[in-house]
Design a protein around this ligand. Structure first.
Ligand code: SAM
Length: 268
């Protein structure tokens, strides 16, 4: 990170994301679920993917804290729930890029969210399959299916109009978003859109932590233009930005998530 040793810049593209998630992470997790003699629950998958008792750092606003990997993940999910709770006047709650369902299945089992139809959609078939299995294991109703945030038709299943749509550490897998990203999401006719994503433009260049965060995004080929794009869309009158919070919470302090809440401007 500081350039004291040689490093290789990673490249993110569609086949790399498919390799990382379909072939390795979610594919491997699905095989473990299928092979397990007993039914694996969400906490089992979280322990495998997010870690357990090992000590890690997380960031809450500008501050860093030490805790276990398990606790950092639980705190992150509480942060997501707190963030989304303000926008529950919606027809449904939809997560795009929902992975194995750690966030959306957890939300669906919280009383404040239980009245809303829930959808957990992912780019990978293994992810969609795991979301369905985890919802069943937790006894909650989450519609699972495929989506591609970069496609003209983002969701392969019908999403109710006026939904609360959100992403969590998924939109940043595209190094440069185009206006079509906003158009594709707006075409789903959501009420509000909440992006909980690391943002390159939100890294504070006046602090060492901010500079390390910027470097971390660049080394991993994560997105560098999400904030710029959303501001351009606002200036063009296509969206309204309702909230923008910089590097609000980081289960990994080098990859802290910002929160950007927006709604499409109805052009009919
Ligand atoms: C780091 S995981 C995050 C999973 C989940 N949102 C969470 O917070 O636990 C990133 C997920 O984004 C998905 N993803 C990446 N690019 C995507 C795209 N263009 N459309 C939909 N999902 C995508 C991957 O398949 C993966 O499941």
């Amino acid at each position: 990170m500081l350039g004291s040793e040689p490093w290789e810049r990673r490249i993110k593209n569609r086949s790399e994301v498919q390799r990382e998630y379909q072939d390795e992470k979610w594919g491997g997790l699905l095989a473990r679920v299928e092979e397990s003699p007993w039914q694996l629950k969400l906490s089992d998958l979280d322990a495998i993917m997010q870690g357990g008792d090992e000590v890690v750092l997380f960031s809450d606003g500008p501050d860093l804290f030490e805790t276990t990997a398990r606790d950092a993940h639980l705190r992150y999910r509480d942060f997501v729930a707190e963030t989304l709770k303000r926008y529950l006047d919606a027809s449904a709650i939809v997560e795009l890029g929902a992975g194995y369902g750690s966030v959306i299945v957890d939300l669906a089992r919280r009383p404040e969210f239980s009245g809303l139809p829930a959808y957990g959609l992912d780019l990978t078939k293994a992810g969609a399959d795991l979301i369905g299995r985890m919802a069943a294991a937790e006894g909650v109703n989450v519609n699972s299916g495929l989506c591609d945030m970069l496609a003209d038709e983002v969701a392969s299943s019908a999403i109710p109009e006026g939904a609360l749509l959100f992403t969590s550490y998924a939109a940043h897998y595209e190094p440069r978003h185009a206006a079509s990203f906003v158009e594709g999401i707006a075409a789903l006719r959501p009420g509000r859109v909440v992006l909980i994503e690391p943002c390159h433009e939100h890294c504070d260049e006046s602090t060492l932590l901010g500079l390390l965060r910027r470097r971390y995004i660049e080394v991993n080929d994560y997105n560098t233009n999400l904030v710029t794009l959303l501001h351009e869309q606002r200036e063009a009158g296509r969206i309204r930005i309702l909230d923008e919070r910089r590097a609000a919470f980081g289960p990994n302090p080098l990859l802290a998530a910002s929160v950007i809440v927006w709604e499409p401007v109805d052009r009919n």
